[in-house]
Write a protein that binds this ligand. Structure first.
Ligand SMILES: [Zn+2]
Length: 236
């Protein structure tokens, strides 16, 4: 029987050894950092916690204490990465919102610069749609545009691409409408059309990588020309 004090330590070590979230290589010496985190929480009087009971007050307590104790930068960032990973695994990404560490540099198509995007979840992006409330998103606080993540993969918080503007999101939808029937109807395979498009455009084509309306317009034009070619000449 594990004592109340050791329950969190044991559960975190088990949970964070799971590789599914794609964070396994972020922190060396994981067990030592977990001990450090759990010891800090115990010193703060937080006993009997489970991984699922993590709250903003716990993170606030730890970061304040570590800053006061002037722990090394690398230990601080290792510990915060593990806390980050912990919070993502229990599906509470929303509580990271106020912490600047959880930012990622992503190109924002609306702001036309690389921005420090903030990790959030579907509760903020689509408040009325329950099905997506726990899905991760990156948001640009400069313009409120956002991008989703490869959430079904090992790297669940990896952004799908750049942060699109509203116009660009519509343009991308339009591209799907133009492009998808061509391969869905069997005129040409999906990989073939993507390869042909990449060749024609001069960059490795992916809809999520279109950065501007001008680029989107160019893609429409190329798709139309290619479709015409496939119909009239057949696929080479
Ligand atoms: Zn922006």
């Amino acid at each position: 029987m594990l004592g109340k004090k050791q329950k969190l330590r044991y559960s975190l070590k088990r949970m964070l050894s799971y590789n599914g979230a794609g964070f396994s290589n972020l922190v060396r010496d994981k067990d030592r950092i977990i001990d450090f985190i759990v010891d800090t929480l115990l010193e703060g009087g937080y006993r009997g916690m489970s991984p699922y009971s993590i709250k903003p007050k716990h993170i606030k307590y730890m970061t304040t204490k570590w800053r006061e104790e002037k722990i090394g930068e690398s230990q601080f960032s290792d510990a915060m990465r593990l806390v980050y990973w912990w919070v993502v695994l229990v599906g509470k990404t929303n509580i990271l919102v106020e912490y600047k560490q959880y930012c990622l540099t992503i190109y924002c198509c609306k702001c036309e610069i690389d921005v420090e995007a903030r990790l959030t979840n579907g509760r903020e992006i689509y408040p009325h749609s329950k099905g997506v409330s726990n899905l991760p998103f990156w948001i640009c606080d400069g313009c409120s545009n956002y991008v989703g993540c490869h959430h079904k993969t090992k790297t669940r918080i990896k952004p799908l691409g750049h942060i699109p503007s509203k116009e660009l999101r519509n343009a991308r939808k339009h591209i799907h409408i133009l492009l998808d029937p061509i391969w869905k109807d069997g005129l040409v395979s999906r990989s073939q059309i993507y390869a042909d498009l990449s060749k024609e455009l001069g960059w490795s084509f992916h809809i999520a990588l279109i950065r501007s309306i001008e680029e989107a317009r160019n893609v429409y034009r190329v798709i139309r020309t290619m479709k015409h070619k496939y119909i009239t000449k057949g696929v080479p």
